[in-house]
Design a protein around this ligand. Structure first.
Ligand SMILES: *[C@@H]1O[C@H](CO)[C@@H](O)[C@H](O)[C@H]1NC(C)=O
Ligand SMILES: [Zn+2]
Length: 303
């Protein structure tokens, strides 16, 4: 009888702990430590996020990444406050990512954001990071995919502070008011504006890629990370809108980024596609065209 009670009490405790994982409120107390989330989150050796060093990375060259249907306007997206982030799903078109170092096709499952960024580049943190979560199509669902090291690919997009509001982020913010309150948690609403996933992605020419994990419990080490080096502008006022969503009665989710994890000697690869050389050639061409034009103008003047 006593034993049964203890077992029941323990399992309830474990369950509520699993449901109530969260982030320290760094706005209220900058020194509040990141809590232990348990399991792989504490014991894993391939955890995310990490700091990405341009100088410490290995040089990589792969076929270009191939994006299918990312430019299609999604008319029936849904958005939910799940207490840890804002998550978007309900794509009318199957969005497929392949190529690069990926061994198979990956489809978009959901998009969510972190404020401030989880990854840092050269130890610099950004105000916002968007995660586009893809599942390897050889697995039937994301739960299954999380059991395999090639199960999930997350495309990470960092945003930098600017005076220019980001239009795509604005379309998301427009519907944010309906789900900010704790009472609305886990109740999906329609995203009023149509949005193409492309609108959230700057150039994909240059990126870091490495093997890591989900940055939320269970912290499954199933993720091929692709973090773009090119960032997108966002205003601090826009980011502040996200900070107003409630994770508990009267408690706002001021930040939802996980602390930096040990790299543990993992290979972090920096892929820089031909664009730079191309751009250099183009500007050289531009210069010679300008010179040519100058000569032409001078000749005309002489005539
Ligand atoms: C995922 O797929 C497996 C295998 O088909 C199935 O047993 C499981 O119930 C599915 N899980 C979810 C959450 O759909
Ligand atoms: Zn994430």
């Amino acid at each position: 009888m006593h034993l049964l009670f203890v077992v029941l009490a323990c399992s309830t405790l474990a369950l509520s702990a699993a449901n109530e994982w969260g982030y320290p409120d760094l706005e209220n107390n900058q020194d509040e430590p990141f809590p232990k989330w348990g399991g792989l989150c504490d014991s894993g050796k391939k955890q995310s996020p990490i700091n990405l060093h341009v100088n410490g990375a290995l040089k990589g060259e792969f076929d270009p990444l191939k994006f299918e249907n990312y430019d299609e306007h999604q008319g029936s997206l849904q958005m939910v406050n799940n207490g840890h982030s804002i998550q978007i799903s309900g794509f009318d078109h199957e969005l497929t990512l392949s190529g690069g170092a990926l061994g198979s096709d990956y489809v978009v499952e959901q998009i969510h954001m972190h404020w401030w960024s989880e990854h840092t580049i050269n130890t610099i943190r950004y105000p916002l990071e968007v995660h586009i979560v893809h599942r390897n199509t050889i697995y039937p669902n994301i739960t299954m995919a999380a059991n395999f090291k090639d199960g999930i690919t997350v495309l990470g997009v960092l945003y930098h502070v600017s005076n220019t509001p980001n239009e795509a982020i604005d379309s998301i913010i427009k519907s944010l008011g309906e789900i900010k309150a704790y009472e609305q948690q886990n109740v999906p609403v329609n995203v009023a504006d149509s949005l193409a996933v492309d609108d959230l992605i700057p150039s994909v020419a240059n990126y870091f890629t490495y093997a890591g994990s989900l940055t939320t419990p269970t912290c499954a080490e199933a993720v091929t990370w692709i973090v773009l080096t090119q960032t997108f502008p966002v205003t601090l006022a826009q980011v502040n809108e996200f900070k107003e969503i409630e994770y508990d009665q009267g408690k706002q989710l001021h930040n939802n980024y996980r602390e930096i994890q040990s790299e543990n000697n993992r290979a972090v690869v920096l892929v820089e596609q031909l664009q730079r050389a191309g751009a250099a050639q183009l500007s050289a061409l531009g210069l010679s065209l300008t010179l040519l034009l100058c000569f032409a103008v001078q000749k005309i003047n002489l005539l």
